[in-house]
Design a protein around this ligand. Structure first.
Ligand SMILES: [Fe+2]
Ligand SMILES: [Fe+2]
Length: 172
C-alpha cells in the first residue's frame, strides 16, 4: 500500500493504485501525486487579486448551496443508491467549499437548509443545471486567475463538476 496525495484538497489516499479521481474532492488523477512528489495548492502562499477574492467568495457560496441541496436530494431519494450518491456529492461540494476557505484563509460558514423536489427525476434535472452553471463559471474563474494555485483550483473544479453531469446522465 502507498500514500498518494491530492494536490487540490491536500488529502491523502492510502491504497495500492492511484485512484482515477480523488475520493474526497473528485479531482482527476492528474492532480493525485505520489506522496513525496505532491505540492498541494493550499500550501502555495500567493497574494490574492481582488478578482480571485471575489471569485473564491462566489465559489464558497455556490458550494455551500450545492451541499445543502444535495443533502435534501439524498433525503428524498427513491433508492439507497441515489441517496448514497447524493450524500457523496454533498461531501465533495463541502470539500470544495473547504478548499476555497483555505485559499482565502477564512473559516467555513454555517451551512443553511437546502431545498429540492420530491421526485428523483426533477432533482436530476436540477442537479444538471447546478453543475452546468458551476462548470462554466469555474472555467471562467480559471481564466480570470493570475495566481498559479487559484488557476489550478478552478481548472480542477471545472472538470469535477463536468464529471458530475456525466454521473447524473447515467440515471436519465
Ligand atoms: Fe482531492
Ligand atoms: Fe463543487
Amino acid at each position: 500500500m502507498k500514500t498518494y496525495i491530492c494536490e487540490i484538497c491536500g488529502d491523502a489516499y492510502l491504497g495500492e493504485e492511484r485512484p482515477s479521481e480523488c475520493p474526497f474532492c473528485g479531482s482527476r488523477s492528474a492532480f493525485i501525486k505520489d506522496g513525496n512528489a505532491a505540492n498541494p495548492i493550499t500550501l502555495m502562499s500567493e497574494e490574492l487579486s481582488d478578482v480571485s477574492k471575489k471569485n473564491l467568495e462566489a465559489t464558497l457560496e455556490l458550494e455551500i448551496h450545492a451541499n445543502a441541496v444535495y443533502l435534501c436530494m439524498a433525503e428524498k431519494a427513491g433508492t439507497y443508491e441515489i441517496k448514497a450518491m447524493y450524500k457523496r456529492l454533498a461531501k465533495v461540494e463541502l470539500e470544495h467549499a473547504n478548499i476555497a476557505c483555505k485559499l482565502m484563509k477564512s473559516y467555513l460558514p454555517q451551512v443553511g437548509e437546502g431545498f429540492c423536489n420530491d421526485e428523483d427525476a426533477e432533482n436530476f434535472a436540477e442537479t444538471i443545471k447546478l453543475e452546468e452553471n458551476a462548470t462554466s463559471l469555474y472555467a471562467q474563474f480559471a481564466k480570470d486567475a493570475t495566481e498559479k494555485n487559484v488557476k489550478i483550483f478552478f481548472t480542477a473544479l471545472s472538470q469535477v463538476e463536468a464529471d458530475h453531469i456525466k454521473l447524473i446522465k447515467n440515471y436519465l
